[in-house]
Design a protein around this ligand. Structure first.
Ligand code: NAI
Length: 397
């Protein structure tokens, strides 16, 4: 049972959900996923609860309809919203096109990217004991090199900055370099770590691990670690204990830290020792995809980006251009993101039904190509076929 915001929201019988279809496989996965979400609610609550879906434009669909990739109307609506969902949005590599995802995260101050990673029995995994993996990653979402403050090599701005570094700070940077900045603040780090600790305490989780590269980047990643321990002392005294401290108060969450590269090894070798992970943006990006792969791939990896107001649910995967329009995509990640949304609303019965129906699909070995290609004796379903099987399995769980 997961409550991502404080307080249950059961009093809302009709919940407005804004959604962005997304690019690439977005259209297909939504077509399969949305009926599953609606049906799970109907089966769990009859007519007494309902999601009211309102589409917002973004990405290629927005460009085709209104001539811009991220209309102001979409941003304005989301700025007032509490619950929304989105499909993947394309970012062409190396073209100077600003990522819509990054723009949305920054404009809406969606500072926490939360990704639960668990194993569904039956899914083929590249590791021996995927069942030992049960982690929730809290990734800072607005700072770090990932914030996209950078200048192209040889540009006027890059050269100006390089000259400033040389003349004012005595730092020699190759004048042909492209330049990126890595800002990380105390406020940004602490609010993310605070959310992770609050979550761990509320969910009875054992530990929070700060994942950083502070041995090398002392004043950004190292500061993230230090601010984490400082926050724990300031705000969670008696509720958080430090690693290897023998007197651990009952119910306390252990706070520890790991260098990011070492943690990559640890989550492969000893995943059971890690529970909630709080990490700066770029480490979190790598870690969440790597962990998703350990439990069977991006097709079953849900997520939510949160500000203090808005919970914006989305699958972890991108637009999967190679399989776009072929009815091959796995809608599981979007469906599971929907289950997280239902949990967030306090509609746990519907969320549980979805997870059980999905487990049943896997037990039946009827799955989409990404899973079927690895699962011996599996029957390959299309994206739409998987959605239909989910609907039928919802009746059985
Ligand atoms: P990707 O996640 O789209 O694809 C990676 C691999 O996973 C591909 O082999 C793809 O076919 C497969 N895959 C992804 N989702 C799948 C699904 N639901 N079912 C079956 N197979 C699936 O990542 P990639 O190729 O790096 O990015 C493609 C585009 O998506 C880029 O423009 C990127 O910027 C964007 N993207 C958007 C995200 C978002 O909106 N949150 C997240 C990640 C990427």
């Amino acid at each position: 049972m997961v409550k991502y915001l404080t307080g249950m929201r059961d009093e809302f019988m009709e919940q407005q959900v804004y959604f962005i279809e997304g690019d690439g496989i977005g259209k297909e996965v939504w077509a399969a996923a949305r009926p599953v979400l609606d049906q799970s609610i109907k089966l769990a609550y009859g007519q007494s609860k309902k999601l009211v879906w309102t589409e917002l434009l973004a990405g290629k669909k927005a460009f085709a309809e209104v001539g811009t990739y991220l209309p102001q109307a979409t941003i304005d609506t989301l700025a007032q919203a509490e619950v929304a969902m989105k499909g993947p949005l394309e970012t062409p590599v190396g073209t100077g096109f600003r990522s819509l995802n990054v723009t949305l995260r920054q404009t809406l101050d969606l500072f926490a990217c939360i990704r639960p990673i668990r194993y569904f029995p039956g899914v083929v995994s590249p590791v021996k004991h995927p069942e030992r993996i049960d982690m929730v990653i809290f990734r800072e979402n607005t700072e770090d090199v990932y914030a996209g403050i950078e200048w192209q090599a040889q540009s006027k701005e890059a050269q100006k900055l390089i000259a400033f570094l040389r003349d004012e700070l005595g730092v020699q940077v190759d004048p042909t370099s492209g330049i990126g900045l890595k800002p990380m603040t105390e406020r940004g780090s602490k609010r993310l770590i605070r959310k992770a600790i609050q979550f761990a305490l509320a969910q009875g989780r054992k530990s929070v691990t700060l994942a950083h590269k502070g041995n090398i980047m002392k004043f950004t990643e190292g500061a993230f670690r230090n601010w984490g321990y400082e926050l724990a002392a300031e705000e969670f005294a008696g509720k958080v204990t430090l690693e290897n401290v023998p007197s651990c108060p009952p119910g306390a969450v252990e706070l520890k830290d790991r260098i990011a590269d070492a943690l990559f090894q640890e989550v492969l070798i000893r995943p059971e020792c890690y529970d909630v992970i709080a990490t700066p943006n770029l480490n979190g990006d790598y870690l969440s995809d790597a962990l998703a792969a350990q439990v069977g791939g991006l097709g079953l990896a849900p997520g939510v980006n949160m500000s203090e107001k808005l919970a914006f649910f989305e699958p972890t995967h991108g637009t999967a251009p190679a399989i776009e329009g072929k009815d091959l995509a796995n809608p599981g990640s979007l469906i599971l993101s929907g289950a997280l949304l239902l949990d967030h609303l306090g509609w746990h019965e519907a969320a549980t039904k979805i997870r059980q129906a999905l487990e049943l699909c896997i037990t039946m070995k009827k799955v989409t190509i990404d899973l079927a290609s690895q699962m011996e004796g599996a029957q390959q379903l299309s994206c739409s076929g998987f959605g239909e099987l989910m609907l039928s399995n919802l009746e059985k769980v």
